[in-house]
Ligand binder design. Structure first.
Ligand code: ADP
Ligand code: ZN
Ligand code: ZN
Length: 787
């Protein structure tokens, strides 16, 4: 039995004679300390000695929601990523099914003389206790316990609705012949009807509610349900005529090879195709082959690219067989989608990381689009799993093929392709007349000062003017939101810092807000310096808001729209913004990373990268890879249709080979340099990393705990004869975050599984590794975010 919690622990309960009826992953309500919890059935176990074993209260659902395949996947994730199995199983369920506590507090029948006077009149047994009453009662823990023991307040447990009620719009008669069997006395032919009838019509023709109920129970009558609404899909118009596009020779060659692989069980293929080479069309044709063979298809995409080509394509190709599983959907929508997938209403499920767990029966193929994207890795909370790698595992468990696709594959995946573990397929050209954009690198060391603005060079200004006059569209890309990354007092030079993270606070124009981009700390109306009260400020550096303000002046003809997480904060606003831009309501789109992914905007003929240098020098071994991928992706947004595109990359380091490679769209050149670096410094794919982060409010306690932990870890690793090198403890790049100091230990190993097993056994022996209670520990296997 797995129960949610911070530790990788399982618990044993008694199930009486019903144990053989329980299914792996089935949800059970169990007593847990003074309360009850929802747990997941993992399997039968020998009762541990000398411990009283409590019986379960009852199963929550008649059966498990997990196919054996998904159950195994969740346990693999738990084992590999050092996570609690309950957290992994919960991650696989739609939000409305994974709540751990599904109870309300109600008044009981106990003696109310202990209840404070003011509540006594209201304490009607069975009625829900209002929240504010609960709050004030809970304030006195001792009293609360007494009230619980005496049955004055009672926790009432209820099963949350696993089956969402869809409104029935009418009824259909399934089997008229057996009507008389059910009703006997009733003249059957009076009850016959042909088409769908509403309840009202049924009543008029002599059906009582009682008969309707009996006929439903006997499966003679079937409810006709309303079609579920799918709002995310409403924003994505199915792409027209995609079924009729003829494949290019390159696409055909790739498709044939992939189709052949469909019959050989598990195997990984990597489709490396330049931006705009039509990878999506290949995905669709391959998925079609799989559907023809009677199987279903899972398609993973990065977090926000659902706005783009992928979904529109699949909808155009497969229509209503496609559904989406996405966090921008409401709980209800997600449950509907999940249920539809389980029932087999949809045969293709598309979505980001969390869609990995789509309960597709009879899965035949997994596609991971933009496989290099870092949004596939869940950093927080646990399970800190990698969506791509877990997808490969899901395919392995099903013995089916996986297709990874990208214009800038992760160095790991490309390495595996080069060394023969993955099959490599390439698309080197854009189909039709569409050409790769002309890329020009602008040396800001000389050009920067010449323009009117420090962040729009003269060449970029001139090109933009030209495109505006020609009625074309432009994208400006700057990966920094807000107005300026800091605000500085003009008189005393003071720069306000986040009190929790000790980093510069970003200045946002709206409400003159100071915002920490790491912990969300916020402070409004910063009108005077906190040190000297001066109201004269400088705003060093540039964010999207500052650019937006300035381009209004620089380009009076431009209709600008900004796209970043500040401007796109509503659930669907990103879809709206992009849809409007695609419909040419504006001609200049300015934004962060959000503009780089998966957009297919034929009107765009110019992309301006305002600062290519950003993020390049982060202390992260993937910094180069990420910068390269971003430049490549954003450059790929230009000139997708018949109009030739242009890209201007502004940089202060024009000699950086990464920029040169990106400008030439030369992935292989980038890869060959990068793989050497990885080899020399011993980084993935040559080793795997496990990052262990310790944090605490008190830095000196943290320091000594971290050193002590490192020593014990080193000893354990040596004893277990695991080959791993241990670096640290060292301060994390973000050494202070959310009021806590942070140290990390980095393990490099090729024996990750053994290492995690060791940690697991160690933690079972010594709960929380015997760390002081004030020290928090996070273990991140194959980390992406190194901060
Ligand atoms: P990628 O995902 O590889 O960057 P897309 O799949 O978005 O590329 O395709 C880019 C554009 O090329 C799309 O508008 C798509 O419809 C078009 N396209 C793809 N394949 C063909 C083809 N064989 N013939 C004509 N146009 C194509
Ligand atoms: Zn000051
Ligand atoms: Zn902060």
């Amino acid at each position: 039995m797995a129960v949610a919690g911070p530790m990788r622990r399982t618990f044993t309960y008694r199930v009486g004679d019903g144990s053989s009826l329980l299914e792996p992953g089935q949800r059970l309500l169990v007593p847990f300390g003074r309360t009850r919890k929802v747990g997941y059935y993992l399997g039968s176990a020998e009762p541990p000695p000398r411990i009283e074993i409590k019986p379960i209260i009852r199963p929550l659902d008649p059966q498990s929601y997990f196919s054996l395949e998904l159950f195994r996947l969740c346990l693999w994730i738990a084992d590999y990523y050092f996570a609690n199995p309950a957290d992994c199983l919960a991650a696989a369920l739609p939000p409305s099914l994974k709540k751990n506590r599904i109870s309300t507090m109600v008044w009981g029948t106990g003696d109310i003389s202990h209840l404070p006077l003011q509540f006594q009149a209201k304490a009607k047994p069975g009625k829900r206790i209002p929240t504010d009453t609960l709050k004030s009662l809970l304030a006195d823990r001792a009293l609360w316990r007494q009230l619980q023991d005496r049955g004055v307040v009672v926790e009432e447990w209820h099963d949350n609705a696993a089956t969402l009620k869809r409104r029935s719009v009418g009824y259909r008669l399934l089997d008229g012949a057996s009507l008389s069997v059910v009703f006997g006395d009733e003249p059957a032919d009076q009850l016959r009807f042909d088409s769908v009838c509403t309840r009202k019509e049924l009543r008029q023709s002599g059906w009582s509610d009682h008969y309707i109920r009996r006929a439903l129970a006997a499966s003679i009558l079937e409810p006709v349900l309303e079609t579920p609404r799918r709002t995310v899909l409403d924003f994505v118009k199915p792409k027209a005529d995609v079924v009729n596009i003829a494949l290019t020779t390159e696409q055909r060659v790739a498709l044939d090879s992939l189709t052949q692989a469909l019959d050989s069980g598990f195997g990984v293929s990597l489709l490396h195709g330049i931006t705009g080479s039509g990878k999506t069309l290949v995905y669709c044709h391959l998925a079609n082959e799989v559907l023809q063979r009677g199987y279903t298809v899972l398609v993973l995409t990065p977090e926000i690219s659902l706005t783009g080509a992928t979904l529109a394509y699949f909808r155009g190709f497969f229509g209503d067989q496609v559904t989406v599983i996405h966090s921008a959907m409401t709980e209800k929508e997600r449950l509907q989608s999940w249920q539809g997938v389980r029932r087999g209403d949809y045969r293709i499920a598309i979505g980001p990381r969390s869609a990995l767990f789509a309960p597709l029966p009879n899965l035949g193929l997994v596609i991971v689009d933009e496989e290099h994207d870092s949004s596939y890795k869940q950093d927080d909370p646990s399970p800190r799993f990698h969506g791509r790698d877990s997808a490969i595992m899901r395919a392995k468990l099903n013995n089916i093929p996986v297709l990874l696709g990208s214009a800038s594959p992760s160095v790991e995946s490309y390495y595996h392709a080069r060394t023969g573990r993955y099959k490599l397929l390439t698309l080197t050209q854009r189909p039709g007349v569409s050409k790769l954009p002309q890329v020009r690198v602008v040396d800001m060391r000389t050009e920067g000062a010449k323009g009117d603005l420090p962040f729009v060079s003269l060449p970029l200004k001139n090109e933009t003017d030209k495109r505006l006059v020609q009625g074309e569209q432009i994208i400006f890309y700057l990966n920094r939101r807000g107005y300026a990354p800091q605000i500085k007092c003009n008189d005393c030079g003071h720069v306000p810092l986040c009190p929790h993270c000790k980093v510069h606070l970003t200045f946002h124009k709206t409400h003159r807000r100071l915002l920490c981009h790491y912990c969300e700390y916020m402070r409004s109306q910063y009108d005077s310096c906190e040190k000297c009260s001066s109201s004269r400020f400088l705003y060093p550096g540039t964010g999207t808001q500052k650019v937006e303000e300035a381009i209004g002046r620089l380009f009076p003809k431009a209709l600008t729209v900004r796209l970043d997480s500040d401007s796109a904060s509503g659930r669907h606003s990103i879809y709206h913004i992009l849809a409007d831009f695609a419909h040419r309501k504006q001609n200049l789109l300015l934004g962060t990373q959000m503009v780089t992914k998966g957009l297919d905007l034929p009107g765009v003929t110019l992309v301006g990268v305002l600062s290519a240098d950003q993020g390049m020098d982060l202390p992260d071994f993937r910094a180069s890879e990420k910068t390269f991928a971003r430049l490549l992706q954003v450059a790929g947004r230009s000139g997708r249709a018949d109009q030739p595109g242009e890209v201007l990359i502004q940089t202060y380091s024009p000699d950086n080979p990464i920029i040169d490679d990106a400008a030439r769209q030369d992935y292989v050149s980038f890869y060959e340099r990068e793989i050497e670096t990885r080899k020399d410094a011993s980084y993935p794919p040559f080793v795997r990393l496990v990052n262990i982060i310790l944090s605490a409010a008190n830095e000196s306690k943290l320091e000594s705990a971290a050193r002590d932990f490192a020593e014990r870890l080193r000893a354990n690793v040596t004893t277990a004869k695991i080959q791993a090198s241990l670096l640290g403890p060292a301060p994390c790049p973000m050494y202070h975050l959310r009021k806590r100091y942070r140290r990390h230990l980095m393990l490099k190993t090729n024996q990750t599984v053994k290492l995690v097993q060791l940690l697991s056994a160690w933690e079972a022996r010594e709960p929380r590794f015997k760390l002081p209670a004030t020290i928090k520990i996070v273990i991140d296997v194959d980390p992406d975010d190194m901060m």
